[in-house]
Design a protein around this ligand. Structure first.
Ligand code: SF4
Ligand code: SF4
Length: 380
């Protein structure tokens, strides 16, 4: 980071809705494809946006275990919702991607990734933490994924602090939100209500700072900053869902045979929804396809899930043939073995797996049940 950034990084800037629109236009003008939240099929998903008017303006999402509905807020907030079924993973680590092509003559063409200028608008603190988790798996481990690495290279991130956590959010327990901490170029806190609508913006990189200056963002006043800070203080206090992470890894290791797993397996449909919506799940499978005339064969990678029976198929059969073993694998990987592998939990507290589980299985409740069951057994 340059000297200019070092001296101005603590500065708060003011953006009104028009200034926010100019931010999108400036990014597009610099060759970025801008992605942000949009409403589609009754949910807020991520897609390309050309203007702020395409955002879910004035919408909020109501969420519960196995429950998601959109409703109008009665204001013009641009980011008055939390997270939907999509995550930014779909752009960085696509659901289906060609790995290589082999011609009949045996010529192999590898997909080494393609650098593309992408800008993400509206990335939440938990989602920044999820991208950091993917970095640890796909960039910082023994194997570097070239497709992820190329897509990550020119990424520009506009983060949004969550001023109204959702019913299933527990990022505060995981230390990943509601405020975006690192990993952004610009962070925004939206203030809407009492006749005002503006953003307090902070730069997280030289590129972010120069963009704010280019669009003519002025320094925010003390009062404007105070209102944004009050919103964040209220937000921090308003979480209803919690996960007790104290000694959680060791608790799960001690309770591999917990009776809780048998009970949850009675409800789990092994539908894979929780893994598909999770912003950190990275499991894939590969498939080979041949053209009808036999000239070309291709190898494709697509997202897979530890809830699929075939996923753990080795010679002779699946090593996780029961739903009990598959749910246990998922829960213990997210909250325990992931820590040993990558140094952090695989859960960032976004709540997606709770919302999009058709039977409303809640990772925070299941972990808590395992904790309670251990105490009850010890008390006998
Ligand atoms: S496990 Fe659930 S709450 Fe945790 S990051 Fe994945 S989807 Fe979000
Ligand atoms: S926990 Fe819920 S979302 Fe995940 S596989 Fe089971 S039924 Fe599906």
């Amino acid at each position: 980071m340059g000297a200019s950034f070092e001296s101005e990084k603590t500065c708060n800037y003011f953006l009104d809705p028009q200034g926010f629109e100019e931010l999108i236009l400036a990014l597009r003008g610099h060759g970025y494809v801008v992605y942000g939240p949009v409403v589609r099929d009754g949910a807020i998903v991520y897609d390309e946006v050309e203007s702020a008017s395409q955002l879910p303006v004035g919408m909020r999402d109501r969420q519960g275990p196995g429950y998601y509905r959109l409703e109008e807020r009665g204001d013009r907030a641009f980011f008055g919702f939390v997270v939907g079924p999509h995550s930014w993973k779909k752009f960085l680590y696509p659901p289906r991607v060609k790995l290589l092509t082999v011609s009949k003559k045996g010529e192999v063409t590898l997909n080494n990734g393609e650098e593309r200028k992408m800008a993400f608008i509206g990335v939440r603190g938990c989602e920044l933490a999820a991208i950091d988790v993917l970095d640890r798996v796909l960039l910082k481990g023994p194997y570097i994924d070239p497709i992820y690495a190329a897509r990550k290279k020119s990424l520009f991130v506009v983060a949004v602090n969550c001023t109204e956590p959702g019913e299933n959010c527990f990022c505060a327990s995981m230390g990943t939100g509601p405020e975006a901490k690192t990993g952004y170029d610009i962070s925004l806190t939206e203030v809407v209500g009492d006749g005002v609508h503006y953003f307090v913006a902070r730069a997280g990189s030289d590129e972010g700072l120069s963009l704010l200056k280019r669009i003519g963002a002025r320094e925010a006043t003390r009062e404007e900053v105070s209102r944004a800070e009050e919103k964040m203080e209220e937000s921090q206090k308003s979480f209803r869902k919690k996960l007790n992470v104290n000694g959680l890894k060791e608790l799960l290791y001690r309770n591999i045979e917990s009776p809780v797993y048998a009970e949850v397996a009675e409800r789990c449909l092994a539908c894979t929804n929780c893994t598909m919506v999770c912003p950190t799940c990275f499991c894939t499978t590969v498939e080979e396809v041949t053209s009808l005339n036999g000239d070309v064969a291709e190898r494709w990678r697509r997202w897979d899930s530890c809830f699929n029976l075939d996923f753990s198929y080795i010679h002779g059969g699946s090593i996780r043939s029961s739903r009990l073993s598959r749910y246990r694998q998922w829960l213990t990987h997210k909250l325990a073995t992931w820590v040993d592998q990558f140094g952090v939990m695989g859960c960032v507290g976004c709540g997606r797996c709770i919302t999009w589980c058709p039977v409303g299985i809640d990772i925070t409740e299941e972990a808590e049940k395992i904790r309670r069951a251990e105490v009850e057994v010890a008390a006998k």
